[in-house]
Ligand binder design. Structure first.
Ligand code: ZN
Length: 558
């Protein structure tokens, strides 16, 4: 019914276009519409929460009256609002409440220890001390902290340091005690409780062992409410108007996310993938049993696909590969489930009409999932299923062919090579030429959409676009130059293709009459910008539902 209403509105507004006056109009811009013809025009007009005009400066004048707010873009870029098709909103927000190991001034283990010690003084005994964004490859000592070092900070507070990938953590003895883990505890399926050569616990928890600890180190509902607001504010400031929430810590978080939308606490639109980080199959099964179906909801919140984790992290490295890692001939990574188990859960979801997806980074994990999709479609054929694959890390040509044939939408992470490029070259060698292969996807006619996977890496879509265009790391290493795309192609995967991946291309993702008025203004022209400087562009204004939800006063005044 919602869609019908939209169409009626379009018809009326087109017919009566010159009678209807705009609330908000943008003129003199480099307006990149991302419509079917990739038109670039000068002006856009908005009435209430819809776009009522896209075209020339001359024509838009007829829609402007004294009450219309007119923004002169002076040649700057105006785009459809960015869609991040794979991001973790509550997790990002919660990290903002804890210690960041990402901050550039923290360059050594001592720096991190100092921050933890400071925090221990302010936090009540028994309460958690958490840090995130740890990356052993970017700190001076090039190693993890030991459990002894963490116990020196405190034995009365549980301490948890989450690695930048979110798939590995370090904890102290108090945290292990709370989790009931001792040296006799066996490794969970798909995970490792690391021990040293004497069999003593090192405090390092990998994959499912980490995910379980994540659930134990739970935040309060008050913290969660605060976290989702912070995250939405940050995303909006980066021009993100819609997100695909890629997985929450538990069902309480899934509920609080909906509550935040209902209470207007968050501005971004949410396509909420059915997935929890720990025991993702159980959560999917519960939601299937409850009959919570993909697509239910409205323009602000919709239920997304059913998703489970199949392998690990690209930087861990813990992804499941067909050939061993270049850095370690004995390592093929970690699988969470067997192919039969993946099919049991997601085959059922497919049969019941859900969109399905998996976290799959390595070529072995991707292949297993594609086998499942193929089998599901054979047994229960379905048109326009839009089944996805999150990350699609190492997508070799044979896997790309199968994605194309099966109609699977990969959701690569274009910004990953920017932060992690050198780690990829070290662990996967030549395979970097097929990592997040956006060029290949486009050339094969595979529709793909981009996600930052924040807090894993920076949520700024301009870094994603920048890296898709340049394929260089932050230290300027070339990471699979064969996958470079044009600026317009990169924008497409952050706008209309994201809308397609959530079945919403009729209402958003491009600037067209009748669509939702979600848009972003940059502080310069993205098409005339030096391609090596795209990441330096700033967002000047973000509009969601026709409302200016963010304005960078500093830039506007400059
Ligand atoms: Zn993710």
């Amino acid at each position: 019914m919602k869609y019908k209403v939209v169409y009626e509105y379009v018809e009326n507004s087109t017919k009566g276009m010159y009678m209807m006056k705009a609330d908000l109009a943008f003129i003199n811009g480099e307006v990149i519409t991302m419509d079917k013809n990739s038109r670039i025009v000068e002006a856009v007009a908005i009435k209430e929460n819809r776009i009522i005009f896209v075209g020339s400066n001359l024509e838009v004048k007829q829609l402007i009256e004294s009450k219309t707010k007119v923004v002169d873009l002076c040649g700057k870029t105006l785009l459809p609002g960015f869609i991040d098709s794979h991001i973790h909103l509550p997790m990002y927000g919660l990290n903002q409440l804890s210690i960041s190991c990402k901050a550039s001034y923290k360059k050594s283990i001592d720096d991190i220890k100092q921050e933890l010690r400071k925090k221990a003084k302010t936090v009540a005994k028994g309460q958690w001390i958490r840090a995130w964004g740890f990356n052993e490859t970017t700190i001076k000592e090039n190693r993890y902290l030991s459990i002894q070092e963490l116990d020196e900070i405190s034995t009365e507070h549980p301490i948890m340091i989450t690695r930048t990938c979110g798939h590995i953590c370090l904890v102290n003895s108090k945290a292990l005690e709370i989790a009931g883990i001792n040296s006799q505890t066996s490794n969970p399926d798909g995970g490792v409780i690391e021990r040293d050569s004497n069999g003593d616990l090192t405090g390092k928890l990998i994959e499912t062992a980490n995910m379980r600890m994540n659930e134990i180190a739970k935040y309060t509902e008050k913290e969660l409410r605060q976290a989702v607001r912070i995250a939405s504010d940050h995303f909006v400031q980066a021009g993100i108007t819609s997100i695909h929430e890629a997985g929450v810590s538990d069902s309480d978080t899934y509920r609080l996310l909906q509550e935040a939308v209902k209470n207007n606490d968050i501005a971004v639109r949410v396509y909420a993938i059915i997935c929890t980080l720990n025991n993702s199959h159980e959560f999917v099964e519960k939601m299937l049993a409850a009959g919570v179906l993909t697509g239910t909801g409205d323009e602000r919140f919709k239920i997304g696909p059913a998703k489970i984790f199949t392998d690990g992290s690209s930087t861990g490295p813990t992804i499941a590969t067909r050939e061993p890692y270049t850095s370690d001939p004995n390592n093929h990574g970690i699988l969470y489930y067997s192919e039969e188990e993946i099919y049991r859960v997601l085959g059922e979801a497919h049969k019941k009409g859900y969109q399905i997806t998996v976290h799959a980074q390595g070529d072995r994990a991707i292949e297993m999932y594609l086998n499942c999709v193929e089998r599901a479609l054979k047994e229960h054929p379905r048109e326009d299923h839009r089944h996805r694959i999150e990350h699609a890390g190492i997508s070799t040509p044979d896997l790309q062919e199968r994605m194309k044939k099966l109609g699977v939408i990969p959701i690569p992470n274009p910004p990953f090579p920017y932060e992690f490029g050198e780690i990829y070259v070290n662990n996967y060698g030549e395979r970097v030429n097929y990592m997040y292969p956006v060029r290949d996807f486009i050339d094969k006619g595979i529709i793909c959409a981009g996600g930052s996977d924040a807090p894993v890496t920076d949520y700024n879509p301009l870094i994603g676009i920048h890296t898709a265009v340049n394929r260089k790391s932050s230290s300027n290493s070339e990471i699979g130059l064969n996958q470079k795309v044009t600026v317009m192609e990169a924008i497409k995967i952050y706008t209309i293709n994201g809308a397609y991946a959530s079945f919403e291309e009729d209402i958003k993702g491009s600037l067209e009459v009748g669509k939702l008025a979600d848009l972003v203004v940059l502080d310069n022209s993205i098409l005339r910008q030096n391609q090596n400087c795209i990441k330096d562009l700033k967002v000047e204004m973000t509009v969601i539902d026709g409302q200016i939800v963010y304005k960078n006063e500093a830039v506007v005044r400059a």
